[in-house]
Ligand binder design. Structure first.
Ligand code: UGA
Length: 445
């Protein structure tokens, strides 16, 4: 009989994982402790913007027209315990307030709630990003608190927001930290389709599986900060970081991806993961190994400050008082409505705190941004945001912004100056329309 799967936590990761498991043919029950989320998901809607996710959900959620009915949602731990053979824990692990370490309270609560309801044989699979050593501790929790024969595996997730559905259905690798061949066998069954399609399946112990995730995100963060450090040097030396990235990227050992210089990385993962990694390494007495991540973090945060300074220069070099600044983009990356630790909003906020009148427009992120920064002004279009602006800042590289007509926008602004914080606009086209176009890490034309 086909395995029955539960997914605990229905954020970006859990909602996508649940729908993807149903797509792979399993019966799936998703749980969240927030009843409103469950109501929304049960009616075939997702609480965030993620391309393709709502369609996938509707294809499977019970009750939707023409759906397979393989996917249901609940708030009941009892139901989850009785239903599943394999339980995926997908709750989030944010940064602790005032500390570098990550907050494990949601993971701990999920295990404490689930364990007493596991009466039969079951495999619990952790997917959350956790400090190394957590799996071993959580395995003991299951051992002590589950009445049934329960085992733990750790299976980190590498999906990117904006590509979550595709990354989940066609992962570029599957990593499982297991303690038995039984657990490995069950996970090979769960992932049989992607493995048959060629996804590598890497079997490790618990600590390695946990570390693979933090190591991967640390490497990506380092790559971005490396190119942003090169941008700083290019700015000082009159070089062009975009050309530099292209040229070094032709070396296959370096590769071209994740070498886009600009206002740097943000979001709910990279920044907090490198900090939690440093904190955990410190606890383990290996802090020296990761001191470079402190620099990665600093380079990244410095880019935000640098964008503020470029904007100041653009409005005359003095104060922002009485100056109008248009900010295009609020999310931490395009194709997402996620504004967590967003460089765009950070820059907008800094300028506003210094007296600038900032108007933000984002194709999908305005609502979330408004909740986080209610004092900024928000516009319903790029055209509206730039009206009367002394300078325009391009801080999230949505396709919509690349397709803007600089000549049309030029009619609305008070000063034709655009600062490209993502090196994504066609500078020549903007200049041809009479704009001063400046990009980070590139020479002034
Ligand atoms: C990241 C990882 O890429 C995923 O593999 C991982 O699963 C996920 O975190 C997670 O831990 O859950 P995500 O946060 O969705 O995914 O976003 P990325 O695509 O990694 O981008 C992160 C930030 O880096 C964005 O702000 C983006 O604008 C910035 N970035 C990215 C650059 O500034 N330059 C680049 O060249 C690439």
């Amino acid at each position: 009989m086909a395995l029955k799967i539960t997914v605990i936590g229905t954020g970006y990761l859990g909602a996508t994982h649940a729908a993807a498991m149903a797509e792979l043919g399993f019966e799936v029950l998703g749980l969240d402790v927030v009843p409103e989320k469950i109501e929304l998901l049960s009616s075939g809607r997702v609480p965030m913007y993620e391309p393709g996710l709502e369609d996938l959900l509707r294809r499977h959620v019970a009750g939707a027209e023409g759906s397979t009915g393989r996917l249901r949602f609940t708030t009941s731990w009892e139901e989850v315990g009785a239903f599943g053979d394999v339980h995926f824990v997908c709750v989030n692990t944010p940064q602790k307030h005032g500390e570098y370490a990550c907050d494990m309270s949601f993971v701990d609560a999920a295990f404490a709630s689930l364990a007493p309801h596991l009466h039969g044989p079951a495999l619990v699979v952790g997917k959350s990003t956790v400090p190394v050593g957590s799996a071993e501790r959580l395995a003991r929790v299951l051992e002590e608190q589950s009445p049934g024969d329960v085992e733990l595996a750790w299976n980190p997730e590498f999906l990117r927001e904006g590509f979550a559905v595709d990354d989940t259905l066609h992962p570029d690798r599957i990593v499982v930290g297991v303690r038995s061949t039984h657990a490995e066998k069950l996970l090979r069954e769960v992932y049989a389709t992607p493995v048959a399609e060629g996804s590598p399946f890497v079997v490790t112990d618990y600590p390695t599986a946990e570390l693979v995730k933090t190591a991967a995100n640390s490497f990506l963060a380092t790559k971005i900060s490396f190119i942003n450090a090169m941008a700083e040097v290019c700015e000082a030396a009159g070089g062009d970081v975009v050309k530099l990235a292209e040229a070094i990227g032709h070396d296959e050992r370096i590769g071209r991806k994740f070498l886009r210089a600009g206002v740097g990385f943000g979001g709910g993962c990279l920044p907090k993961d490198i900090r939690a990694f440093m904190a955990r390494a410190g606890e383990l007495g290996a802090d020296q190994a990761l001191t470079f991540l402190r620099e990665v973090d600093s380079v990244n945060m410095r880019r935000r400050g640098h964008m503020v300074e470029l904007a100041r220069e653009a409005v005359g070099g003095g104060s922002f008082l009485g100056k109008r600044v248009a900010v295009l983009g609020a999310t931490f990356k395009p194709d997402s409505d996620d504004v967590r630790d967003s460089p765009a909003l950070n820059v907008a906020g800094q300028i506003q705190l210094q007296g600038g009148q900032v108007t933000v427009y984002d194709p999908k992120g305005n609502d979330n941004a408004r909740r986080l920064f209610p004092t900024l002004a928000y516009a319903d279009s790029a055209q509206e945001a730039v009206r009367g602006a002394d300078v325009v800042l391009h801080l999230t590289e949505w396709r919509e912004f690349r397709e803007l007509d600089p000549a049309v926008l030029g009619e609305a602004v008070s000063g034709r100056i655009i600062l490209d914080g993502r090196n994504a606009l066609d500078g020549e086209a903007w200049r041809a329309a009479g704009w001063t176009y400046r990009a980070m890490g590139r020479p002034r034309a």
